[in-house]
Ligand binder design. Structure first.
Ligand code: NAP
Length: 547
């Protein structure tokens, strides 16, 4: 399977089997990247994957209630009409097991698994200038080498487990939602403490509350949430989405966030209050991330945003019967959608159950974990199980978890010590032939992920095809183009309300000591796609290409 080149056979003993390209990760990105490089370009390519199966983030995130917030018919590969026509989603939002079935089905349909090495957690990747090869080492001690290295490691795959003193003394069970046991967790008869109220916690709490004896939710930052309004998909909808897949693809490519709905052209401030209220009511009934699209200026104008924020806070007070709990839940300190907005099924309703309590850890910070529970500054909470829904060391975490070294043993950890620096979120100066799928500095998490992924994978594939055609062996962004891009990423973020959420993982604020830098590109997916296309059309402007 390895390329039989004179160089490869010479180096194989020391540096392991050689391929044209190595891809790290077998989630949505890695699978499609393998298909493109192997089946479209005819390269020898291998995926190295830590897990024992495909799925990426969905392989690990098996917590109760795990479901995608993108609507099923848009949370699919759109590169293949055959795949689109054959697969049938069952619900408006796909549940984790269904996404796993989908990705396994795609991997089997495209015969990808034979080129994926499972159980290989990559620990280091070293660029060797003399041979123009990346030497990649797995935790198993095995080495592999390739000219091109594509990281498809996901943005949300490095679990953030808070360092709370005493965790090791806890005599119950504890879990992080992003490292959930495959056999599941039985909460029956148990007193459960859940730390975290992001998208994950908001999905998990209602499901845990159904079987636990008691659930205590520890909330640090109160959060907005909009009802998902999940439900089965009708045969008519499935037929419609298949018949209109070309139009849907075009729509998703034309919007800033890659979702299959257009953003209204109205300003929230241009309509009278009664009309605005009616529009929000309708958006609340429709449910899902579409709520954000009710007005065009919710993410850029604080006064417009306030109208949405007030509407949701009023809904929380209406749903939650205990006024004190409602006040804690509605005490939200950031603009709506400035943190990634969750969508839910009965999250706020859950606090009306007799077996659920809310603890505001801003008012009473968690001080320690005791052998039998959690101690805050005010009380001790006896628990049998702790669920950390505490999120991820997002975007940079999965990349910096690998010791990546470019030219002259330059360490990515050093280059990014003050925050990530990329060109287009696709490449890093000093690291030739390294492509970072949905890397920091690209729209990634601000976009419906499969749309962002397909754009990146196709761009990388076209770039490698271009290099082969013109006889180039090395590509690397110039330091100047990376500097300019970092400035542009900051400028794009500052043109929105997003940086106003000071506790957001977009800024790295959820991980103590992480540099506060706004990581994704907030200029919108459609604009970003255009920029990337122009860069390619100008012979990969901003990159240095060498034979
Ligand atoms: P998250 O949004 O980072 O939320 C983590 C939660 O844990 C926050 O409430 C955070 O509080 C809290 N927390 C962290 N450390 C804490 C500590 N030491 N003490 C107390 N509370 C602490 O993580 P997430 O909910 O896993 O979601 C991450 C992202 O994954 C989402 O934004 C979304 O992009 C994606 N996701 C998507 C879906 C979906 O599509 N359905 C589902 C889940 C996740 P602070 O806010 O104060 O930091």
């Amino acid at each position: 399977m390895a390329s039989i080149t004179p160089h490869g056979s010479r180096a194989e003993a020391v540096e392991g089997p050689e391929f044209d390209a190595l891809i790290i990760g077998a989630g949505f990105s890695g699978l499609y990247q393998l298909h493109c490089l192997r089946d479209r370009l005819g390269l020898s390519a291998q995926v190295l994957e830590a897990a024992e199966g495909v799925g990426g983030t969905w392989y690990w995130n098996r917590y109760p209630g795990a479901r995608c917030d993108s609507e099923s018919h848009s949370y699919s590969y759109y590169f293949s009409d055959e795949l689109l026509q054959e697969w049938e989603w069952s619900e408006r939002y796909p549940q984790q097991p269904e996404i796993m079935r989908y990705l396994n089905w795609v991997a089997d349909r495209l015969d990808l698994k034979r080129d994926i090495r499972f159980g290989r957690r990559v620990v280091s990747a070293r660029y060797q200038e003399a041979t123009n090869r990346w030497i990649v080492e797995a935790e198993t001690g095995e080495r592999f080498q390739a000219r091109f290295l594509v990281t498809a490691v996901g943005c949300l795959s490095s679990a953030n487990i808070p360092k709370i003193p005493g965790l090791e003394s806890f005599t119950g069970e504890w879990y992080h939602t992003g490292q959930w046991p495959h056999e599941g967790v039985d909460f029956t008869g148990k007193r459960v403490g859940q730390v975290g109220t992001g998208s994950t916690g908001i999905q998990a709490a209602p499901v845990i509350a159904e079987s636990a004896k008691h659930l205590t939710v520890f909330q640090r930052t109160a959060n907005y949430s909009v009802p998902a309004r999940n439900g089965p998909l009708t045969p008519e909808f499935l037929r419609w989405s298949k018949e209109n897949s070309a139009e849907l693809r075009e729509l998703m490519h034309s919007t800033p966030n890659g979702h299959p709905f257009a953003i209204s052209e109205r300003s929230a401030l241009s309509v009278p209050p009664e009309e605005r209220q009616a529009i929000y009511e309708q958006a609340w009934e429709t449910g899902g991330l579409r709520f954000r699209a009710a007005f065009r200026d919710l993410l850029v104008d604080k006064a417009a945003n306030d109208t949405a924020a007030e509407f949701i806070k009023a809904k929380i007070r209406e749903v939650v019967k205990d006024p004190e709990t409602a006040a804690k839940l509605a005490n939200i300190d950031h603009p709506f959608a400035a943190k990634r907005p969750p969508i839910d099924t009965d999250y706020f309703e859950t606090f009306n159950r007799d077996n659920v309590a809310l603890v505001d850890v801003r008012a009473e910070p968690i001080e320690a974990i005791m052998p039998n529970g959690i101690r805050t500054s005010r009380a001790e909470y006896a628990l049998d199980v702790i669920v950390f829904a505490t999120g991820f060391d997002a975007m940079t975490g999965p990349l910096l978890g690998i010791d990546i070294r470019g030219r002259n043993a330059l360490s990515l950890r050093d280059v990014w010590h003050a925050g990530p620096r990329t060109y287009l979120g696709l490449g890093v100066a000093g690291f030739p032939n390294l492509f970072t799928i949905t890397g920091p500095g690209s729209p990634s998490v601000l976009c419906n992920m499969p749309v962002a992924i397909e754009q990146h994978v196709e761009w990388v594939t076209n770039c490698i095809a271009y290099m082969r055609k013109r006889g180039y062996e090395r590509i690397e962004p110039s330091a100047e183009s990376a500097d300019r891009w970092v400035d542009h990423v900051n400028e794009a973020a500052n043109a929105t309300l997003l940086p106003q959420a000071k506790h957001s993982w977009y800024l790295g604020a959820n991980v103590p000591g992480k540099p506060r830098v706004f990581m994704p590109y907030a200029g919108g997916m459609a604009r970003y796609r255009k920029i990337c296309n122009e860069v390619a059309a100008k012979g990969y402007e901003g990159f240095e290409l060498r034979p």
